[in-house]
Design a protein around this ligand. Structure first.
Ligand SMILES: [Fe+2]
Ligand SMILES: [Fe+2]
Length: 284
């Protein structure tokens, strides 16, 4: 869609939901006992609340310039969903911190990194938001599509919170992108910003994961560490297909809906929130 065209209909609604992690329900390495994956998921979870606050600020800045009622309503849904994600991930991060993960350090770092230091424009920050939303949608749709990715997460409440988050990331994946276009964001800047995000995002996650592992005594067991790293090489999240999905964003004319997730979303909405959905009892 270009500026001035009507926004396609999308169902982006805020669910009132809560998750809980009573003491004793999560092992130290809560991702199926896997050392490295437990630290990676903890780092990602710790990045979310400040990241999502940044997304909300970036989009909200332009909300009064959106005139299309469909896009306006999607923006409201997007903000409501991201506020809830931030709140629920803070609750998980508190639990992870009690278990020994440095989630507060990651949170403070992200807060500083994404603060408005007065050197970037609103449109630049919106382009960063659209780029990072492409990352979250790529990871989310991998999780929702691949049974082996779901299996990796075991059967804990962490799996539940991540499945719900993934569903909503896929539901609202085009919203920041559409706002960027609606305010006249250019393809050139969109792609240049994604190149910058590509150069920073993976190294930042790697460095934070290394710091997180350094604080875990189990990581000093070389056999355990090497086995866990070896498993990572076969991870469903680290495939050529995933790299291609991320890279697709750099094509001029790209739109998040190029990856049609309609059927995937219908299936997961029924599975999680249908009549006998796995998470229906989590709704408030
Ligand atoms: Fe989110
Ligand atoms: Fe999002």
């Amino acid at each position: 869609m270009t500026a001035g065209q009507a926004t396609p209909k999308r169902n982006v609604r805020t669910r009132r939901i809560a998750f809980s992690y009573p003491p004793g329900t999560l092992d130290r390495h809560y991702v199926q006992g896997d050392l490295v994956m437990s630290h990676i998921v903890a780092v990602l979870s710790a990045l979310f609340p400040e990241g999502e606050d940044f997304f909300i600020r970036s989009v909200r800045r332009y909300s009064d310039r959106i005139t299309d009622p469909e896009l306006k309503s999607q923006v409201a849904g997007f903000i409501g969903q991201e506020v809830t994600h931030g709140r629920e991930h803070r609750a998980l991060n508190d639990r992870l911190r009690q278990m020994g993960y440095p989630t507060r350090m990651v949170d403070r770092f992200t807060h500083y990194l994404l603060a408005d230091h007065g050197i970037t424009s609103g449109r630049f920050r919106l382009a960063v938001t659209a780029a990072l939303e492409h990352y979250t949608a790529t990871i989310a749709e991998c999780l929702l599509t691949k049974p082996e990715a779901q299996e990796l997460l075991g059967e804990t409440e962490v799996r539940s919170v991540l499945l719900w988050h993934a569903l909503e990331e896929s539901e609202h994946k085009a919203v920041a992108f559409e706002v960027y276009r609606a305010i006249g964001g250019t393809e050139r800047q969109r792609i240049a910003v994604m190149r910058l995000v590509n150069a920073l995002f993976i190294p930042i996650v790697l460095i934070l994961t290394t710091i997180s592992l350094a604080g875990d005594r189990s990581a000093y067991n070389p056999v355990r560490l090497v086995r866990s790293l070896a498993r990572l090489r076969h991870s469903p999240f680290l495939t050529r297909e995933m790299v291609a999905h991320v890279r697709a964003y750099n094509r001029p004319g790209f739109h998040p809906d190029d990856f049609d997730a309609t059927a995937l979303l219908e299936r997961w909405k029924a599975e999680l929130f249908g009549k006998d959905g796995r998470l229906t009892d989590h709704l408030k």
